[in-house]
Design a protein around this ligand. Structure first.
Ligand SMILES: Nc1ncnc2c1ncn2[C@@H]1O[C@H](COP(=O)(O)OP(=O)(O)OP(=O)(O)O)[C@@H](O)[C@H]1O
Ligand SMILES: Nc1ccn([C@H]2C[C@H](O)[C@@H](COP(=O)(O)O)O2)c(=O)n1
Length: 360
């Protein structure tokens, strides 16, 4: 049997992240891309800059590109896509901001079919035309297309051809819209919020010492900013370790906590660990001061408990091979218990309690 390989978003054997940056001419795409590069390590590829460089290089397409830009028209997609692809290959980076592209549906389809790359999201700078016009007329970078006649044509092409691309990605829930009429610094604050929330990555923490665990982990529970892990539940000898997120350090689990860990466990709001002693059917809670487990309630129904979740003062315990969930209200005095059965013909595979589960 072959191994499945994810070939999507691969460029030259590398997995790449692409963000399209769209918005009207003068909406501030280039200005904000420079900020993103500084702060988030992306490589900025401006389709317009690549086309202008192609004109300067004296390539055979140069004259055609120049006259199209002067007319505010969109250069044929295969030319632009080839330039973008080359720039990505030459870059050592794997994260790209592609600015001013795709400008129309043909750009989008050609890029997708040639590269096989889907954007992570589309950063869309929304700005009124009068503001964009004012900015372009005062840009002063000697661009041939920054004159009123060409600007009007570029606006028309933007409305007719580029906005449908934004609509396409909007349907795929990929558009992150920015109010680009604000001051550049305020716009970047909004841009940062988007990048901070969407580019979070898994970070490697210090590794569990080799040999600390001889068997697979069976429970891992978040408790007071720590992660408590054990590898066997019942009465057999087991191993336990505690990871402190603050110190990025692993330590041994206290003797009492480990020896009493005799069944599925869960932490209530990360504050209090409860477990069910699966052989006796007893719910217990952990007392850190005495390093011991305190009985809460006992029931035959809880014997053989397999897994549990805790929230809102209640424990949901999967029992009888998944054919019932025993709910224990540990805040009630004395604790209350009732059974929830899955629909006929179904068994419980996993249990989670949603935040909306309230006590009222
Ligand atoms: N938020 C802003 N407020 C005022 N001026 C801005 C703002 N952002 C950028 N500018 C200025 O507006 C002009 C156009 O900005 P920029 O070149 O970044 O736009 P663009 O969207 O990349 O344009 P184009 O698509 O034509 O390349 C520049 O002179 C820039 O300094
Ligand atoms: N995908 C693209 C991007 C740009 N062009 C041409 C036509 C634009 O008016 C011009 C300037 O682009 P900008 O620097 O404003 O992004 O470049 C194109 O044909 N296709």
């Amino acid at each position: 049997m072959g191994t499945a390989v994810d070939t999507q978003n691969m460029e030259n054997g590398r997995k790449v992240t692409v963000i399209f940056v769209l918005g009207g001419p003068g909406s501030g795409k280039g200005t904000q891309c420079a900020n993103i590069v500084q702060n988030f390590g992306f490589t900025h590829l401006s389709a317009g800059d690549l086309l202008r460089a192609e004109i300067k290089s004296g390539s055979e397409n140069g004259t055609m590109i120049q006259s199209m830009i002067k007319e505010g028209k969109i250069v044929p997609s295969e030319v632009t896509v080839k330039l973008l692809q080359l720039a990505m290959q030459e870059s050592g980076n794997d994260k790209f901001l592609i600015d001013g592209f795709p400008r129309n549906e043909e750009n989008r389809e050609t890029f997708e079919s040639v590269t096989g790359i889907e954007p992570e999201f589309v950063l869309f700078f929304d700005c009124p035309e009068e503001e964009m016009e004012k900015r372009l007329l005062t840009r002063n970078q000697g661009r041939e297309d920054d004159n009123l006649e060409t600007i009007k044509k570029r606006f028309k092409v933007y409305m007719e051809s580029s906005l449908p691309v934004v609509a396409y990605y909007s349907l795929k829930d990929k558009v992150r819209k920015i109010d680009a009429a604000k001051q550049a610094e305020a716009v970047f604050e909004d841009v940062k919020a988007i990048f901070n929330s969407t580019t979070e990555e898994w970070e490697k923490v210090s590794s569990l010492r080799v040999g600390r665990f001889s068997r697979e982990t069976t429970d891992a529970i978040g408790w007071h900013g720590r992660l408590c892990m054990v590898n066997v539940k019942g009465d057999t000898a087991k191993q336990g370790a505690i990871y402190s997120a603050e110190q990025d350090l692993w330590g041994d689990m206290k003797e009492g906590m480990l020896s009493g860990w005799r069944g599925p466990a869960a932490a209530m709001d990360e504050e209090m660990i409860y477990l069910v002693d699966e052989s006796k059917g007893v719910v217990r809670k952990y007392n850190e001061e005495t390093d011991g487990w305190v009985d809460v309630v006992e029931s035959d129904r809880l014997r053989g408990a397999q897994q549990m979740a805790a929230r809102g003062g209640r424990l949901c315990v999967v029992c009888k091979d998944g054919s019932e969930i025993v709910v224990v209200d540990v805040m009630a005095s004395p604790p209350q218990m009732w059974v929830v059965e899955p629909p006929q013909g179904f068994n419980v595979a996993a249990v989670h309690v949603l935040p909306r589960m309230s006590r009222t």
